[in-house]
Ligand binder design. Sequence first.
Ligand code: NAD
Length: 359
Amino acid sequence: MNYKIALIPGDGIGPEVVQEAVQVLETIGEKYGHSFTFERVLMGGCAIDAVGKSYPDGTAEKCKACDAVLLGAVGGPKWGHATEPEKRPETALLSIRSDLGLYANLRPAALRPALADACPLKPEVVPNGIDLMMVRELTGGIYFGKRERYQTEDRGEEAADRMAYSEQEIERIGRRAFELARLRRGKVSSVDKANVLETSRLWRSVMHRLAQEYSDVTYEDVLVDNAAMQLVKDPGQFDVVVTENMFGDILSDEASMITGSIGLLPSASIGDTAPGLYEPIHGSAPDIAGKDLANPIATILSVAMMLRYSFQLPNEATAIEQAVDAVLAEGWRTADIAETGVTPIGTKEMGRRIREKLV
Ligand code: NAD
């Protein structure tokens, strides 16, 4: 089987970590008899330098002609001051998500066994580790509602942001969460603020309808303030956590932090049709770019998610995850996760050691 992948290396450490992930895919291809072809796509700051806009014409079409998209990271201080949207790297991120219809953002937060010490929580809080999947609605809610700023007569300036959700938007993300739970430990925690917000009350009623349909999945409602607390009090209780855009933005960062390092966490953004977009959760890390210091694991694990969710190749995905765990278990660390006294290895060596575990 041949799979075509759009590669968006982007800026900063993006090209370095994408390069390692591509080599992992090639090794998987050799071992399991798949062929991967790659189409390089220019996006982000490098595209501003090359053609004057962060999201060049035809970017979405190039990606749609592929089976999946792998993104490194975009942005950096060089392009941080522009005010025109087309000269801002993050415009490209919002555009590609919207053009590809990527409404579900999947962010696993797992404590890798060899890195249990990196978890900032006390060991007794995480006796069985952490293995949860945040499912965040990505294209609706307050980030996409009408924004207003106006002068009042007696209270100075006032601003308002509209938060709206339709039944259809809630149902499609809800279904994703229940389907994922069936592939995992069979539990969905739906996070809302139904004691205050009308959008949350609609969210909850749709989720309850789905919970009846997916009666084999355990379901619970969690208020967002309680969810923030439970994530640090007892994160092991969660399997799939589904929530709207803004709550998900905040809680997924909290969930990432309790697992230790930003350089380890992958993500997937998917819609109803191909291609899904896979990327590490970290940014372009301009402070370490070009120095062979970046941790490629988050991008390599993003490729594992691509194999599992876009190509339905769970064995190949698991092989990559086990290779990562095996290298970490042997004590190899990049600088971001190295304990005191451990000599760190570079990006390329980490990639090579992971590939060696695959063959
Ligand atoms: P960042 O994630 O790039 O870096 C934060 C810190 O973590 C830095 O100290 C960095 O060196 C370190 N770090 C990040 N990834 C690492 C890795 N793989 N290995 C080792 N260390 C790593 O976040 P930031 O500094 O806030 O943002 C830098 C740029 O990235 C900004 O321009 C921002 O807009 C952009 N950004 C892009 C994306 C994306 O493309 N999806 C996401 C977040 C930030």
